[in-house]
Design a protein around this ligand. Structure first.
Ligand code: SF4
Ligand code: SF4
Length: 72
């Protein structure tokens, strides 16, 4: 499965990643991070196509996307 790793303590809740994900998989969470922002979280990770857009637009470098290797 593709993997999106969010460094929650880097997130400033700018929502750029939220707006670029055409699968609408990223949303603002209820928790507070070390900077006092509500960091984003990923839901339905099995839907992620690993397009990488969320990582590309994050101004804080807070997202890493790993594409699953094909079996075999
Ligand atoms: S890699 Fe693409 S599909 Fe996956 S969460 Fe980021 S923007 Fe959405
Ligand atoms: S783009 Fe980066 S800083 Fe902005 S909400 Fe997403 S993870 Fe947080």
């Amino acid at each position: 499965m593709n993997r999106v790793v969010i460094d929650k303590d880097r997130c400033k809740a700018c929502e750029m990643c939220v707006s670029v994900c055409n699968k609408e998989l990223i949303e603002i969470s209820d928790e507070l991070n070390a900077k006092g922002y509500h960091p984003v979280e990923l839901h339905d990770p099995e839907q992620c196509t690993a397009c990488g857009l969320c990582a590309l637009v994050c101004p804080e470098g807070g997202i890493a996307v790993y594409k699953a290797k094909k079996a075999g």
